[in-house]
Design a binder for this molecule. Structure first.
Ligand SMILES: C[S@@+](CC[C@H](N)C(=O)[O-])C[C@H]1O[C@@H](n2cnc3c(N)ncnc32)[C@H](O)[C@@H]1O
Length: 176
């Protein structure tokens, strides 16, 4: 192998390793589908000045679609898998109200969030629920795609034909 092949090989392994770490941490990258995105766009009430966080934003599809529809709100996506992060970062360049960060979602403070969106595995929920209880404003909205939090009743469930459901909570629901 020459030096360039070594560099490519190393970069390839770093990308694969970061995807592995993300999968072990909270979830692997599985894109939110268009039909779920449409459902969320249709039903989510975003106010001017709101701060919306996606924890594990993947390639940024949700934050970018919502940001286009709500130019007066600010959107933040957090991602630790290198390839989806780079794609999301690149896609966000044209959108002034989108900020994509290479950051572990468990270390990002949520105290300023008005809306938090996540599509993560249930294994991450215990840790996440404790974080929500500590950091979220009472009136903040939490949207969990796919699966509900155990023992916490959602305020609403958004669902349409053959979509994954979105479970909607308030910050206050986690303060028990
Ligand atoms: C199911 S995917 C969400 C996909 C996203 N909605 C989209 O449409 O592209 C979950 C994402 O969370 C990321 N992730 C997992 N653990 C993380 C962590 N600790 N910090 C930040 N992101 C994480 C994964 O890399 C993955 O991209």
């Amino acid at each position: 192998m020459d030096i360039y092949e070594w560099i490519l090989f190393t970069i390839g392994w770093i990308i694969i390793a970061s995807a592995g770490v993300a999968g072990l941490s909270a979830a692997p990258w599985v894109p939110t589908r268009k039909k779920e995105m449409k459902l969320l766009l249709k039903n989510l009430d975003v106010k001017p000045g709101n701060k919306i966080y996606e924890l594990g934003c993947g390639t940024g599809s949700i934050v970018i679609a919502l940001a286009k529809a709500n130019p007066q709100a600010q959107f933040f996506g957090y991602e630790i898998s290198i390839l989806p992060y780079l794609i999301a970062k690149f896609r966000s360049v044209r959108h002034k109200n989108v900020n994509i960060c290479y950051k572990n979602l468990f270390t990002q403070s949520l105290s300023n969030a008005d809306i938090v969106i996540c599509f993560l595995l249930i294994k991450a929920y215990d840790r996440l629920a404790k974080k929500f209880a500590k950091e979220l404003k009472l009136g903040a909205i939490v949207i969990a795609e796919g699966w509900p939090f155990e023992n916490i009743s959602p305020k609403t469930v958004l669902e349409a034909d053959k979509t994954l459901p979105f479970f909607i909570y308030k910050g206050e629901d986690f303060k028990v």
